[in-house]
Design a protein around this ligand. Structure first.
Ligand SMILES: *[C@@H]1O[C@H](CO)[C@@H](O)[C@H](O)[C@H]1NC(C)=O
Length: 227
């Protein structure tokens, strides 16, 4: 009735509808469209609560990008695209044995360019919990493709996670035509002396004089192996 198992058929069905409307989109573009147009608020306009966690406000680790909105996903404005080789490069960066890598990729593969920085529509920076002050600087590079109708300008809006500062460059993305790709960098600086906590925010690229809003969750969290 709820949870990942019921989300899977819903999401797969919505993906099939999106591919029918946009047969030229890659699987990564379809996923991006669903994520960046998802609604992080519930049906009363409040942040989504976590049923399994005392009804506290849910973090992106619980709800991902939010509740998928199929109609908005039809027209996301921008997508974060990726090729099968980009996913292979990600798997290659994860220190699996050749046998494990083959089990995941299931065909012959080329691991000559491992990379953990997949062009993914969300951001997660993990820090190691240290005795006194935890410090982290992590720079991400992303490329967005204009799948809107042509000329468009976007400016970013940030919700900065508590305890971090975020720098984005450039400040505006000016697209001159459909399918043009532009890149930006996002740098997270985290400083804390408090206990490990998961903090979160978002970056939204907002179309100037237009309707598109392209939102990505940002999470700054202690790494899972640092008890
Ligand atoms: C593997 O990919 C690299 C580029 O990333 C290319 O230069 C090389 O020729 C490829 N190797 C094979 C065996 O296809």
């Amino acid at each position: 009735m709820s949870g990942t198992s019921m989300a899977c058929p819903h999401i797969a069905g919505i993906a099939a509808l999106l591919i029918a409307a946009h047969p030229e989109w890659s699987p990564a573009a379809v996923q991006s469209a669903m994520m960046t147009t998802a609604n992080p608020l519930d049906n009363t306009g409040e942040p989504i609560k976590d049923m399994g966690f005392d009804y506290r406000v849910a973090t992106p680790l619980g709800i991902g990008a939010g509740h998928v909105d199929p109609n908005r996903a039809l027209d996301p404005g921008l997508v974060y695209d990726a090729t099968p080789q980009d996913y292979v490069n990600l798997v290659c960066s994860m220190n699996f044995t050749p046998e494990q890598t083959k089990t995941i990729i299931r065909s012959s593969y080329n691991c000559s360019n491992p990379s953990a920085d997949l062009n993914y529509p969300s951001f997660m920076a993990l820090y190691e919990v240290q005795a006194k002050t935890t410090r982290l600087t992590r720079k991400f590079e992303r490329t967005v493709t204009n799948v809107g109708n042509g000329v468009a300008t976007y400016r970013y809006k940030l919700e900065t996670p508590h305890g971090s500062t975020i720098k984005v460059s450039p400040e505006t993305l000016v697209f001159r035509k459909k399918n043009e790709k532009l890149s930006y960098s996002l740098t997270i600086r985290y400083r804390s002396s408090s206990d490990s906590e998961v903090t979160y925010g978002s970056i939204t690229w907002v179309e100037v004089n237009g309707l598109h809003k392209v939102r990505s969750p940002i999470v700054v969290s202690p790494g899972v192996n640092n008890d």
